[in-house]
Design a binder for this molecule. Structure first.
Ligand code: FAD
Ligand code: SF4
Length: 514
């Protein structure tokens, strides 16, 4: 067979069937390269379900391309020649074929992009990088929006995106008269619980996925995750069916209960679409437009649809812009000087604290927790405990099926840990256990009491919250939005402050042993 003049290297989160590269490829001449490499699953110990999802998605796409007449070089995880790094596989392929050009799609991780560029530039082949057209905006557009602004608040970026797309707009005004229905998106369930929620549509493994599950189990036996639970969309058709299922059965309640949590209910009213979006199996336009269509036809209230569109058109695009604007420095930020090791319970879920046991348990089993569990349970606890931001970032990158660095890192280091000192969030999301009590039934089943800060019944969040204010009062008092919280410290006597410090220290010691 004739040597290919061009290699198109597609990564596991670049499974967009309509990507910009598609128009550039000559299927009979060019070579599409896919590589399953160990490095991507071991640089952090990737959840088995996450690894399986990426590999299965790649195998399905490669099969489709071959059926369409494309020349595909597919390097499997158990290929004896595999160098087990993305840059290694690209270098090997270039070495064997000596192409005149290598085509990449803009990668989702800064370090990978650098390494791939180095390989191509060092090979003498021309480098062509396609914009990732999956997104509504490019990193350059974000940088232009950010230029000259003192603060980069998501809300203003989101409004620009609403105007640009015309989503939920009536002329130049937002539909319903308000840009944001966030305040209406914060209900908790009644005492009786969420009631009969329709379970999200499951996608049982087909033959390709079954092969991948066996391979992953064999290759990564010690990694977190229960592969028996695998039911994620792995093709665009599956992803579309998952979207339809969400729009029909859960979008209506998504708005009200976006922030609510309940024992034994990992999915609640959430869409479970993040992994399909991040692997580019689902176009975010299709997701937003389906939700807007449901509102137009009377199938979902405006507050729910605006909430869903805000997450995808607003938050998702905004975090990507921030990531590319601040990398690689963002990885090393540590505004609060946090230096503790991540407690072992994050890898076992074995704890008496119900909120952590539930959130960690479902994460380690399914690779999923919803936003508030990530932000206000596991994230909040890590920040109050003082975990090194890089270590908690690595945990999040490892354990969620939807984890890709461009979206994970700003959410973790910026939103949940305030390691960026306010680039993303105007103040740290610091709270006592009372927030969790308000938004869930967790505290009802916990031996601790969210109102108590020291002693046998003390809630660890409440103890650590007060200790956090004491530790960081210098920094926090300079932040106007924290002033009320910091002022509350003045109501504590010196004796009470000492008690809090020693309770927090005892808690840290006991968790450090887990
Ligand atoms: P839904 O609640 O149904 O929301 C709909 C969609 O909106 C999601 O599918 C997602 O694509 C988007 N979205 C919602 N919130 C955000 C956000 N803050 N940033 C970006 N997109 C958002 N999301 C990831 O995709 N990958 C990650 O690795 C990731 N890590 C996170 C870490 C922390 C500490 C926090 C606080 C959030 C993180 N998020 C991440 C964002 C969010 O928690 C997940 O996108 C969401 O929980 C996925 O579940 P879902 O699809 O059911 O979302
Ligand atoms: Fe979590 Fe504290 Fe509530 Fe227990 S009491 S579930 S530790 S918030």
């Amino acid at each position: 067979m004739k040597a290919p003049g061009r290699i198109f290297f597609l990564l596991g989160d670049q499974l967009d069937r309509e990507g910009a590269w598609r128009g550039a490829i000559d299927p009979g001449e060019d070579l599409v390269l896919f590589a399953e490499v160990r490095e991507e699953s071991v640089k952090v110990p990737s959840h088995k379900v996450r690894t399986a999802l990426f590999l299965s998605g790649m195998r399905h796409f490669a099969r489709e391309l071959e059926d369409d007449g494309c020349r595909v070089r597919y390097v499997a995880l158990d290929d004896p020649e595999n160098t087990h790094s993305l840059h290694g596989e690209l270098a090997r392929c270039i070495g064997e074929h000596n192409p005149r050009e290598v085509h990449l799609v803009f990668p989702g991780e800064h370090a990978i992009r650098e390494k791939l560029h180095d390989v191509v530039n060092g090979s003498g082949a021309g480098l062509h990088e396609h914009e990732d057209r999956h997104f509504f905006s490019t990193p350059d557009e974000f940088a232009r929006w950010a230029e000259g602004r003192k603060q980069l608040r998501m809300e203003y970026f989101y409004r620009e995106r609403r105007k640009a797309t015309g989503y939920l707009m009536e002329g130049t005004e937002p539909a319903g008269g308000k840009w944001n229905y966030d305040k209406e998106n914060r209900k908790s369930f009644p005492k009786s619980g969420p009631g009969d929620l329709s379970a999200p549509r499951a996608f049982p493994p087909d033959v390709i996925t079954m092969e991948v599950l066996a391979l992953v189990e064999e290759a990564f036996p010690g990694h977190p995750g229960d592969l028996a639970t695998f039911d994620w969309p792995v093709t665009p058709d599956d992803a579309r069916a998952a979207l339809d299922d969400f729009i029909q059965h859960r979008l209506g309640a998504f708005g009200d209960y976006q922030d609510a949590m309940w024992t034994g209910e990992p999915w609640l009213c959430h869409s479970r679409l993040s992994a399909a979006l991040n692997l580019k199996l689902l176009d975010p336009r299709e997701a937003c437009e389906a939700a807007i269509g449901a509102h137009r036809s009377g199938g979902a209230p405006l507050a729910a649809v605006e909430g869903f569109v805000r997450q995808i058109l607003g938050w998702r695009e905004y975090v990507r812009g921030l990531y590319w604007m601040h990398m690689p420095d963002y990885l090393d930020l540590n505004a609060l000087g946090a230096g503790n090791k991540l407690p072992g319970i994050y890898w076992t879920g074995d704890t008496e604290f119900t909120c952590l046991r539930e959130s960690l348990g479902q994460t380690l089993r399914f690779g999923y927790a919803h936003h508030i569990q990530r932000l206000m349970v596991t994230g909040l606890f890590a920040m109050l405990y003082g975990v090194r931001p890089k270590e908690i970032h690595e945990w999040y990158l490892a354990v969620y099926v939807d984890a890709v660095e461009w979206v994970e890192l700003p959410n973790v280091a910026g939103m949940s840990q305030w390691a960026d000192g306010g680039i993303m969030a105007s103040k740290p999301y610091a709270a006592t256990g009372k927030y969790i009590q308000r938004m869930s039934n967790y505290c009802r089943q916990c031996p601790r009491d969210p109102k108590v800060r020291t002693g046998d019944r003390a809630c660890p969040f409440t103890t650590l919250y007060w200790d956090f204010l004491l530790q960081h009062q210098g920094t926090l008092s300079r932040n106007q939005r924290m002033s009320l919280q910091v002022r509350n410290l003045q109501r504590l006597s010196d004796g009470e402050k000492d008690e809090i410090r020693s309770a927090a220290s005892a808690l840290r010691c006991s968790l450090a042993r887990t």
